[in-house]
Design a protein around this ligand. Structure first.
Ligand SMILES: NC(=O)c1ccc[n+]([C@@H]2O[C@H](COP(=O)([O-])OP(=O)(O)OC[C@H]3O[C@@H](n4cnc5c(N)ncnc54)[C@H](OP(=O)(O)O)[C@@H]3O)[C@@H](O)[C@H]2O)c1
Length: 341
């Protein structure tokens, strides 16, 4: 496992992040504590240090399992970079027990610290934008948590690009800590973040943390083979388009003798932006398979085949810009002469 710096920070995190949304057996799926411990053991043994959880995952069980793991003899909590999130309602029930507001932020972080049995959170994400709280209130609250030593870095997930841009610009002007990473759904079945979110993340030097990089398991090809998993048959992850894309993933995997999951994860890693896929596994064997991606390199031809089969329309203004780029004379012939970094 190699390490990379998270966004424009000095925090060293592993090139794969361990997703723990499936830690806990509530809602009829997921890994029990003993299996989760084996999964974290294996991840750490291979050099992984970056763990992703949230207050909401299995209503707190995921954080509790990670907290219990850290209390094991021989485990060094400081080795790990633990990321958690606030915004969604967990066990409390009052008008401010959810949302991005400062009151919920402080309440949620205190509860996460208790469940994780730790004094600090390495990375705190805003989980999902509530479309209510002013971004200034959010940045000020997150910055206070850093000043209090309860949080080391802040990041953001599931939020429109214009909101993140406004937040980071405000933080820069006010000398506050900025969001250093962006967590979004991104995979061969979900490329729409290429329209606004990914260019925005590049601009701010934010590391991309793609969630559901295997589209919940659809891209492993197991549903084509008739195997069972957590995805319901009516899910759009199993419709005609996704089936066509998954078949291409499986075909390439067979050609180069690696697993389909490795093809789908590596396609993300070979995109033109620093990213760390969040690998979710509910079984040790799945994690072992996914970890092998660190040894994989896809050829340009294979990447291009995957790009083509999963291609999306950029819509306006992306497609309009591309069209304008073809008619470069519209820019007075200077377009090609300007070196773009
Ligand atoms: N910010 C957000 O809003 C958000 C949303 C969702 C997730 N997340 C984070 O992202 C993480 C990953 O999301 P995800 O779990 O949806 O990711 P995913 O990698 O797309 O799906 C993981 C699922 O795929 C199956 N799987 C994984 N590896 C496999 C393999 N090698 N062979 C066969 N099947 C395999 C398993 O399904 P079965 O359990 O069915 O076997 C596993 O639960 C989460 O744990 C969480 O930390 C964040």
């Amino acid at each position: 496992m190699k390490y990379q710096l998270l966004g424009k920070s000095g925090l060293k995190v592993s090139e794969l992040c361990l997703g723990t949304m499936g830690f806990g057996t509530e809602a009829g799926w997921g890994a029990d504590e003993a299996t989760a411990f084996k999964i974290i053991d294996k991840f750490a043994e291979e050099g992984g240090n970056f763990i992703d959880t949230a207050n909401i995952y299995k209503l707190g069980t995921s954080e509790k399992i990670i907290g219990n793991y850290m209390q094991n003899i021989g485990v060094d909590r400081d080795y790990f970079a633990i990321a958690t999130k606030y915004s969604l309602k967990d066990n409390e029930s009052n008008p401010n027990a959810s949302g991005n507001n400062r009151k919920n932020m402080m309440r949620s972080v205190e509860a996460s610290l208790k469940r994780l049995q730790t004094d600090f959170i390495d990375v705190l994400y805003l989980h999902i934008w509530d479309d209510l709280t002013p971004i200034e209130e959010i940045l000020r609250g997150l910055d206070d948590l850093i000043s209090q030593g309860k949080v080391n870095y802040i990041a953001i997930s599931d939020t429109p690009a214009w909101v993140v841009s406004k937040g980071n610009t405000y933080a820069e002007l006010m000398g506050l800590n900025k969001f250093i990473a962006l967590q979004i759904e991104y995979s061969l079945l979900q490329r729409t973040p290429e329209r606004e979110l990914i260019p925005m993340a590049k601009h701010f030097g934010m590391t991309l943390l793609p969630w559901a990089p295997l589209a919940g398991g659809a891209l492993t090809g197991k549903y084509l083979r008739g195997e069972q998993g957590r995805i319901k048959p009516e899910s759009k992850r199993l419709n005609d388009t996704s089936t066509t894309i998954t078949k291409e993933v499986v075909a390439i995997a067979d050609e180069i003798n690696i697993s389909p999951s490795n093809v789908a994860l590596q396609w993300i890693r070979q995109q033109d932006i620093p990213s760390i896929p969040i690998i979710g596994a509910t079984k040790l064997s799945q994690l072992e398979d996914n970890l092998k991606v660190t040894e994989v390199l896809l050829s340009d031809t294979h990447v291009e085949r995957l790009n083509q089969i999963s291609k999306i329309e950029l819509g306006f203004p992306g497609d309009f810009f591309k069209e304008a780029g073809v008619r470069q004379n519209n820019f007075g012939g200077f377009y090609d002469k300007i070196k773009k970094s």
